[in-house]
Write a protein that binds this ligand. Structure first.
Ligand SMILES: [Zn+2]
Length: 159
């Protein structure tokens, strides 16, 4: 996966569009972009964007009638946006997380972990503690007995 700086588009990768760079003891105008005109800067930013953004997996001919209308509407609203960008937006609207098996499996894993960790950081009770809690004696140490007693009290309070 790309880090944020690799994912974002910049007109100038020397100064990351700040305009100034450090020369050790002092800073000054960026040598690679300070002479650019506004148009040149925009063109470089567009070229960098085109190189970095994700490409759509669909084409204009794949759009349904409804999506074609939406495409036209978005083009009119966002005159600066490239048509491939608008296709990516429409493709994103097609995505339904409820039908994504991989994503659902990930959610289920995270939910299981959350259920395991919620309220306590201990996870399920060990067998000896469960039986001690149920009333069985045994060879528990003082610390273990104390812990089981505190568990019993907290459960009484919760009930
Ligand atoms: Zn620069």
């Amino acid at each position: 996966m790309l880090n944020p700086v690799e994912r974002l588009a910049f007109a100038c990768r020397t100064c990351f569009d700040v305009g100034k760079v450090s020369f050790g003891t002092h800073d000054g105008e960026c040598p690679s972009c300070s002479s650019l005109t506004g148009g040149e800067r925009t063109a470089r930013l567009r070229a960098d964007t085109a190189q970095r953004v994700s490409k759509p997996g669909i084409r204009e001919s794949d759009l349904t009638t409804q999506e074609r209308e939406e495409f036209g509407r978005l083009r009119a609203c966002h005159t600066e946006a490239h048509s491939l960008t608008i296709l990516v937006w429409i493709e994103g609207r097609r995505y339904d997380p409820a039908k994504d098996v991989e994503f659902l499996a990930l959610c289920e894993r995270r939910l299981r972990k959350w259920r395991f960790l919620r309220l306590t950081n201990d996870g399920p009770l060990p067998g000896w503690a469960a039986s001690a809690l149920a009333g069985a004696g045994g060879d528990a140490s003082d610390v273990e007995r104390e812990w089981v007693d505190s568990l019993r009290e907290s459960r009484k309070r919760a009930a």
